[in-house]
Design a protein around this ligand. Sequence first.
Ligand SMILES: Cc1cc2nc3c(=O)[nH]c(=O)nc-3n(C[C@H](O)[C@H](O)[C@H](O)COP(=O)(O)OP(=O)(O)OC[C@H]3O[C@@H](n4cnc5c(N)ncnc54)[C@H](O)[C@@H]3O)c2cc1C
Length: 312
Amino acid sequence: MLIDAIMDRFRESFGDEFQADEPVAKYTTAGLGGPADMLVTVRTVPELVEVVTLARRQSIVYWVLGSGSNVLVSDAGMRGLVIRNRATGVSFWHNGSGVVMRAESGANLSGLARQCTSRGLGGLEWSVGIPGTVGGAVVGNAGAHGGDTAGSLRRVTILDTDLEARDYTPADMGYGYRSSALKLAHKGRGDSGRVVLAADFHLKSAPVEELEVAVKAILEQRQQSQPPGSSMGCMFKNPPGDHAGRLIDQAGLKGSRVGGAEVSPVHANFFVTQPGATAEDVRKLMARVWHAVHDRFGVELEPEVELIGEWN
Ligand SMILES: Cc1cc2nc3c(=O)[nH]c(=O)nc-3n(C[C@H](O)[C@H](O)[C@H](O)COP(=O)(O)OP(=O)(O)OC[C@H]3O[C@@H](n4cnc5c(N)ncnc54)[C@H](O)[C@@H]3O)c2cc1C
């Protein structure tokens, strides 16, 4: 009864942006994930704050979905509320030592980097081709080509669990390799808790042509080294001093399949999903790869992708 009243409230506030029993697979890059009890798409930061506030006040478990490019959502789906973040506002200003870009957390980071390049603003080239949002990058400390989120950030605005929005410096964020205090706090809780609202990035003026050359080189490198098709990017973190892809390849697993999930023959740390694949196929393939690498090299690979939802 209470849940019906809550659903009515969301419908009233969000109209067609609210869906019940909505397949999360529609919103993840691997095309995987069972139904969410409730899903709301927000397009502004005030909407994001409103939904989180409503959920917390009604004690509804909520979870923020960015581009769904670093998560494996279970076939059983998500209980409670999925908040699909499409808050994409962006602004720029000078601060004396350079230019600052403030981006809302649902903006696509790679798209922002391209926008910066065309304005002669450098600093985010490393992120071109990463298909995630600013929020996902802030949580997972996304990085590539020698750069990462922690190194580019100036400030993050977070809606804390007391529903106050506060600013944090990168030093406050507990950053490590593809890790942050936020990511560690999510782990095992099954919900988002604190929510990233926006982030400020340092930028430096540079000739457009120079930035375009750097971006082109990065995109070419990605095209050559990464498989096309549906995936979640790298499945496992690189162990210290090595590459997960090399270990998986050396364990003879390129092309290994479970159902519709395959270890990519192009890049062994990418699992490519075919139509009809299930999240369980991917989870089983992760387990096979983990054990094979452990048996062969004694290395315990740590997943980079987050397993979300209900798992046996
Ligand atoms: C083809 C491909 C290439 C990739 N290459 C790279 C790469 O080079 N480097 C790299 O680091 N990653 C890479 N990735 C992985 C992924 O794109 C990044 O990790 C990205 O930053 C995830 O962002 P997202 O918006 O998709 O996050 P999601 O997958 O939607 O979410 C990830 C986590 O962040 C949380 N979250 C998202 N937004 C918020 C928010 N606003 N507030 C609180 N929590 C939030 C989610 O709840 C979840 O726990 C790649 C993925 C693919 C598919």
